[in-house]
Design a protein around this ligand. Structure first.
Ligand code: ATP
Length: 258
């Protein structure tokens, strides 16, 4: 029993078909250890967002089992934070209110007003957007909205954190800075994280393992171990031999699977 308690996120024989009858996600099987980060890359349409939606509990129907520490992920106890591709911010609420609403929904009796406001300020600062607290989402750039969505996801202190291309709207330099900030935040609050990206470099820089999705729905994902790169200091990763070797390995898998 105790082994199940810390067994992490188990995705067992998961398959998804939308109402149209078309298979959106072929069979996926893997276990992401508690407090781990797996990155997911795959061609457009391979089912990456569908996989996150299934784990987030946003799909009415799927085949297979989704367990967190031995229990259904959709038990009330498991708090899941999602950063969707469209950011999912409430346009009629300010940045600060967006985060506050999420915290109130997920932690209805948690903390004094002062503590909540200090927490919101902390997360905004950590994402470098404290000055945007009073602005409304639609007055922000895509990259700024992405940061708000990430701050909000961390602020609820989820057990599982799902990120769907969270840095796609950012320029290369800001993206690198945010990758570092993301890892720093994750180290202090290590949620069990699934991180979808289109960027092979990003997959190698952030994941303990890299899940490469196939384009054919009858094929299964290939999962590459990336612990050698993951264990390095973030700023050393990009120039390391291990990073270079891993890029070559992934490209080979991509050629075979895409
Ligand atoms: N709500 C839906 N209804 C019907 N089909 C859908 C729905 N959402 C996605 N699909 C289909 O499911 C498949 C997988 O879509 P999904 O968005 O999960 O892929 P993805 O790998 O995240 O793609 P991208 O990289 O372009 O974001 C696609 O063929 C898509 O057209």
């Amino acid at each position: 029993m105790s082994s199940l308690r810390n067994s992490g996120l188990s995705i067992k024989a998961l398959q998804v078909e939308y109402k149209s009858g078309q298979k959106a996600l072929g069979q996926v099987d893997f276990t992401l250890p508690e407090h781990g980060i797996y990155t997911i890359i795959g061609p457009s349409g391979s089912g990456k967002s569908t996989l996150l939606r299934a784990v987030a509990g946003l799909l009415p129907d799927y085949e297979g089992e989704l367990l967190f520490n031995g229990k259904s992920v959709h038990d009330q106890e498991t708090l899941i934070g999602l950063v969707p591709q469209n950011y999912g911010l409430l346009p009629w609420k300010t940045v600060r209110d967006n985060i506050r609403v999420a915290m109130k929904i997920t932690r209805p009796v948690g903390g004094s007003r002062e503590a909540i406001e200090a927490d919101i300020t902390h997360w905004l600062q950590s994402m470098g957007i404290a000055e945007l607290a009073g602005r409304y989402p639609l007055s922000l750039s895509g990259g700024q909205q992405q940061r708000v969505a990430i701050a909000r996801a961390f602020a609820i202190r989820p057990a599982i954190l799902l990120l769907d291309e969270p840095f796609s709207a950012l320029d290369a330099i800001t993206r690198e800075a945010l990758q570092q900030i993301f890892l720093d935040n994750w180290l202090t609050h290590p949620a069990t994280a699934l991180f979808v990206t289109h960027d092979v470099e990003e997959a190698i820089l952030l994941g303990q393992k890299i899940v490469v999705m196939p384009s054919a729905k009858h094929d299964s994902p290939e999962i590459l171990d990336n612990t050698a790169v993951f264990a390095m200091k973030h700023e050393k990763k990009r120039d390391s031999d291990e990073f270079f070797e891993q890029s070559k390995r992934i490209r080979k898998v991509m050629l075979a699977k895409w």
